[in-house]
Design a protein around this ligand. Structure first.
Ligand SMILES: C[S@@+](CC[C@H](N)C(=O)[O-])C[C@H]1O[C@@H](n2cnc3c(N)ncnc32)[C@H](O)[C@@H]1O
Length: 496
């Protein structure tokens, strides 16, 4: 029993290290179906091939549907020695299937590190090697963070790719290996669509690939239910080229059988907004998303124009460990975590919580503290169960008596140049950010439960007067969702 548990945990660890989450067959079939017509001889790339299920789906689809392809030359990269036998056997199966369909199939498996090898080739360090070129790539790259000083990061930097996640490194290299008009179908986490760290990656991607389809799953983890991957996934079909199409297909499915639930053609300008310097990729996949975009398009204030700044809580608890106290005591001030959020307000102290409630107020900690005042706080991470992605609450000095405060790093706070906000303005922001409209809009570009300060900074906001009126009309902060939405309906929708 124990041995089985140990073996299981070793497998999990290895899977985690290699980012080995295999694509379920229905999803692989769906991905294979997305390719547009291909050349007669297809040079195919499967990077991070695992047991070969993507190449296999590609080949099956070709044999069943495509009369014009006469040969497939598959190149597969897979670093894991333990999966090589399965991969080799799968390629032999592909050969047999192709033979029956009158298609020539050849394959080369590289048991090597795709990132190291390709960045060396592309970066000219192995100049005697011919660069590889592909007409098609079908990939589910490994997902893992790569640290700044890792070999992967150095290799990628060498070819001008700056990214902190392995999957983005894979995609950036694959993009460079495609022939003009070459096609890429990939399944990746959705995090690159809005994370601030992915901006260089988004720019690189959007400048070199034309997007033809974006596909998302209705529920988180649907595509990889067995592996309980918590990231939301996206499938995209893109073509090497420099001019985005006017419209592209956005679709979504439950993920169970690769079944399409909804599909629509959306102008590219709605996917990446013209003046958005962050180049967020919006994916309007649910019916409410279009309406939300319309409402948000009617808003013209920015946080900066309102004189408001949003910052991430300055107290990083593990860096200031010695200054933290579980209970308030003499010489301390309140330290606020998301666990202090309660029905729209802050309930402090929370003595049964596992988090400290207080921080020393001294010369060392003062740079991390803020003067008390009315602040709007939002959680940086929401749980999957939470109904909305954005959860905002008000800190009111009337509830907590203190001169200084510590905001912990797991929350964002809205302030006026380091000071508190006018109360009605703060409550107006509370109404706006907690509304269903903003939630729907947010879900267009964010597929994960993290809310970055950059996300909040790039939103459009109602003008000061509208915020103040909404703020003055909300009498209680624990009103139900309907009441919040009514106010937004009354003061924002109705005026557009
Ligand atoms: C997310 S899995 C996908 C496997 C397969 N393509 C599929 O869809 O079922 C990613 C694969 O990449 C492999 N891998 C991880 N790092 C790699 C690297 N640096 N070079 C090549 N393969 C790698 C892992 O071992 C794993 O099999």
């Amino acid at each position: 029993m124990l041995t089985a548990a140990v073996a299981e945990s070793a497998i999990r660890k290895r899977k985690g290290e290699l980012g080995q989450f295999l694509t379920p067959a229905p999803v692989a079939d769906f991905m294979a179906s997305l390719f547009a017509p291909l050349p007669k001889v297809v040079r195919l790339l499967d990077a991070g091939a695992g047991a070969g299920s993507l190449t296999s789906a590609f080949v099956s689809h070709l044999c069943e549907n495509n009369a014009s392809v006469s040969a497939v030359e598959a190149t597969l990269f897979e670093i894991d020695s333990l999966i090589q036998d399965a991969l080799f056997k799968k390629m032999q199966d592909c050969q047999r299937i192709c033979e029956k369909a009158g298609i020539q199939f050849s394959f080369a498996i590289h048991e090597s590190d795709f990132i190291q090898e390709m960045s060396a080739r592309l970066g000219d360090s192995l100049f005697d090697m011919k660069p590889l070129v592909f007409d098609a790539a079908i990939v589910n790259p490994p997902y893992r963070k790569i640290s700044t000083d890792s070999a992967e990061r150095r290799g990628l930097r060498h070819v001008g790719v700056e990214t902190s996640n392995l999957y983005a490194g894979f995609i950036a290299l694959i993009q460079r290996l495609l022939a003009p008009g070459g096609q890429l179908v990939a399944i990746t986490p959705r995090s690159f669509c809005n994370g601030p760290y992915f901006r260089p990656f988004r720019e690189d991607l959007l400048a070199n690939l034309e997007f033809h389809r974006l596909h998302v799953f209705e529920s988180r983890g649907a595509a990889f239910r067995d592996d309980s991957v918590l990231q939301e996934n996206i499938i995209f079909h893109a073509v090497k080229g420099y001019k985005q199409p006017n419209k592209l297909v956005v679709s979504s499915s439950s993920g169970k059988h690769g079944d399409i639930v909804a599909e629509a053609k959306i102008p590219f300008t709605e996917i990446v907004h013209k003046n958005d310097s962050e180049k967020f990729i919006h994916i309007p996949s649910a019916s409410g998303h279009a309406g939300a975009k319309k409402v948000m398009d009617g808003l013209h204030a920015t946080l900066a124009s309102l004189g408001i700044t949003v910052s991430t809580g300055r107290v990083v608890d593990f860096r200031l460990k010695d200054a933290l106290r579980m209970k308030p005591e003499k010489g301390t001030v309140p330290l606020l975590y998301p666990c202090h959020f309660n029905g729209g307000t802050v309930h402090w102290p929370k003595l049964d919580a596992r988090k400290p409630n207080a921080i020393l107020n001294n010369d060392e900690t003062r740079p991390w503290l803020v003067k008390s005042g009315v602040y709007l706080l939002t959680k940086r991470f929401t749980s999957k169960e939470e109904r909305r992605r954005l959860v905002a609450c008000i800190f009111d000095p009337q509830d907590v008596d203190a001169e200084w405060l510590g905001f912990e790093n797991h929350l964002n706070y809205f302030h006026a140049d380091g000071h508190g906000l006018d109360r009605n303005l703060a409550v107006g922001l509370f109404v706006f950010l907690n509304s269903s409209v903003v939630d729907q809009y947010f879900r267009r570009f964010s597929g994960h439960t993290q809310v970055n300060a950059t996300d909040l900074r790039t939103l459009a906001y109602p003008d000061r007067k509208t915020l103040q009126v909404m703020g003055s009309e909300l009498k209680r902060l624990d009103e139900p969702q309907e009441k919040i939405d009514e106010l937004v309906e009354k003061y924002i929708h109705a005026h557009q």
